[in-house]
Design a protein around this ligand. Structure first.
Ligand SMILES: [Zn+2]
Length: 237
């Protein structure tokens, strides 16, 4: 990978991390965004525990997707790096990943509840309910915790009848959301939308016990008009 490409990957990951912070999805140094260059297998990710005000494209860490080895950077990469890498290794269509403890999505994760697709705002971005992983077993927490977090996410996506890119978010039970997209920028957009639909879903559940999902016809209509080969939303006709 050339120096120029590394520079643009770092910049994209830096920008996406700052956007996550600007959208109020994180407090203090919580949260992280990564991006991958598929050709070289290099992942760029936020350094661990660095406040957003001290981030710069230069201190974004570069690691190898295969084994997590740091290629460039003197700081430690985010402690969630093994989770990101496991997701990248399993879903080649993904180019960026976000993790936050955004309030309403985390409320669902902590309550042990998936986020039901109650309306078209949700269906525009996610092709069905936002799934919740199983709880990690004692052994999985004690050893390789972050890698095992990635594994339960992958397991949940594989058990669903959707592609990873069709429902670009999973709630980790008792923890919080991971979202992804084709780019780091898109992963953050999905984290923002996820938080928005989580807040609405909670109100829906309170008002009307709306744990049932939007009817399939409307879900298909909204998701498929924006995504897939026959999409016609926006200017991409
Ligand atoms: Zn976390």
């Amino acid at each position: 990978m050339g120096a120029k490409m590394l520079e643009s990957l770092r910049k994209a990951v830096y920008d996406a991390n700052m956007e996550l912070n600007a959208r109020n999805l994180v407090i203090y140094s919580f949260g992280n965004v990564s991006g991958i260059d598929r050709k070289s297998g290099i992942v760029a990710i936020k350094p661990s525990g660095v406040p957003y005000g001290k981030l710069s494209p230069e201190n974004i860490i570069l690691v190898n997707v295969a084994d997590g080895k740091t290629l460039e950077g003197t700081l430690w990469p985010s402690s969630d790096t093994p989770t990101h890498l496991e997701i990248y290794r399993n879903f080649p269509e993904i180019g960026g990943i976000t993790h936050s403890h955004s309030k309403f999505a985390t409320v669902f994760a902590q309550a042990g509840f998936h986020i039901p697709c109650q309306g078209t705002t949700h269906a525009d971005y996610f092709y069905g309910d936002i799934p919740l992983t199983r709880k990690l077993k004692k052994m999985e927490i004690e050893r390789d915790y972050e890698l095992n977090t990635g594994k339960v996410i992958v397991e949940k996506v594989r058990k669903s009848n959707r592609e990873a890119i069709e429902i670009p978010a999973v709630l980790v039970a008792g923890h919080g959301p991971f979202t992804w997209g084709k780019t780091p920028e898109e992963a953050v957009e999905h984290a923002v939308i996820l938080e928005y639909v989580a807040e609405m879903a909670l109100h829906g559940l309170r008002l009307n016990n709306m744990s049932s999902s939007l009817e399939d016809t409307l879900l298909d209509r909204h998701f498929l008009r924006k995504h897939g080969k026959n999409a016609y939303y926006g200017q991409n006709k």
